[in-house]
Design a protein around this ligand. Structure first.
Ligand SMILES: [Mn+2]
Length: 303
């Protein structure tokens, strides 16, 4: 015990009250991190706003014929960040997760800026050291600069490069369309980085399928930066970028991915309620969590 003292519960719980015993394996944790955002501010407000949004929409998934209500998703609250100290915050996230998450749990991390993904994937790599880590990252960006801003090694624009330097993982990006030359050159120099523009989603999904059919033991971490969507669908993000995914393309991809029982974590990042329109980006984030949980249940537990 000890590290979970840094968990701060809210009266507003994702999806409302936990109404059924369910599997109790879905654990939702908010990480209101906002330290290195580079354009529009407000990511620290997202976890609570997304919880509120979850109360305003239906919890039943028509697609999967499953109701989120009763699946026993535990909302464990938010991890308190360490003001001004990113490294301590990331370490703290790692420590708290190690204390409350067990093998077999499905982790739902609600950011916060995209930098939280470093702590999430590091934790999974320690929980499942015997498996091959695969990250599937929905993002307009590669987040693979060496420094951003100049002199800063760890930020939401460098985080995936730091992941690659710290652990053996295969990174598959979907929806890529806003990159620096430096990032493309770095990504293409690596054998374990693959990226697919919005126009190549089908190719990306086939690639994921063939990767997973090689017969290894995998742990899959799904990371969603909401700027992967077209800004007309998700305006409340820190770095909006035209030409993003449609919802149809996204649901198709998400459902194909969660058919794999190796998926152990989902994170949703970069939502900023301050720049949203009618809360539609927070509502979309809540909807993604509903559909992810209902779909995962339908594929792996309902039979
Ligand atoms: Mn991004």
């Amino acid at each position: 015990m000890g590290h979970s003292l840094y968990l701060h519960g809210h009266e507003v719980v994702f999806g409302g009250r936990v109404k059924g015993p369910g599997t109790r394996i879905f654990k939702l944790i908010g990480i209101p991190l906002e330290m290195t955002v580079s354009y529009k501010r407000g990511t620290c407000l997202a976890p609570l706003k997304i919880r509120e949004a979850s109360l305003s929409i239906e919890s039943f998934s028509l697609r999967h014929r499953v109701d989120f209500d009763g699946l026993g998703v535990q909302d464990l609250g938010d991890i308190e960040t360490v003001p001004g100290d990113l490294q301590k915050t990331l370490n703290r996230v790692n420590d708290v997760l190690a204390e409350i998450v067990e093998k077999g749990d499905i982790l739902l991390l609600v950011g916060g800026e995209h930098t939280i993904t470093y702590a999430g994937i590091k934790f999974l790599s320690e929980l499942y050291p015997e498996t091959d880590l695969i990250m599937i990252i929905f993002d307009a960006h590669l987040d693979m600069r060496d420094e951003f801003p100049l002199g800063v090694k760890m930020s939401h624009a460098t985080v995936m490069r730091r992941v690659l330097e710290s652990m053996p993982a295969t990174l598959i990006f979907l929806g890529t369309r806003a990159v620096a030359k430096e990032e493309v050159e770095y990504a293409e120099s690596r054998e374990n980085v693959f990226f697919f523009e919005p126009e190549r989603m089908e190719e990306g999904l086939s690639f994921i399928k063939s990767t997973l059919s090689k017969g290894g033991q995998y742990t899959i971490y799904v990371s969603i930066d909401l700027d992967v969507f077209d800004p007309s669908i998700a305006p409340g993000v820190g770095n909006p970028e035209p030409g993003g995914l449609s919802l149809e393309a996204f649901w198709k991809a998400l459902n194909a991915i969660i058919e794999s029982p190796d998926v152990k974590a989902l994170d949703i990042t970069e939502c900023t309620p301050l720049f949203d329109v009618n809360d539609i980006t927070s509502i979309l984030a809540a909807k993604i969590i509903y559909e992810f949980v209902c779909g995962y249940w339908a594929y792996h537990f309902s039979k």
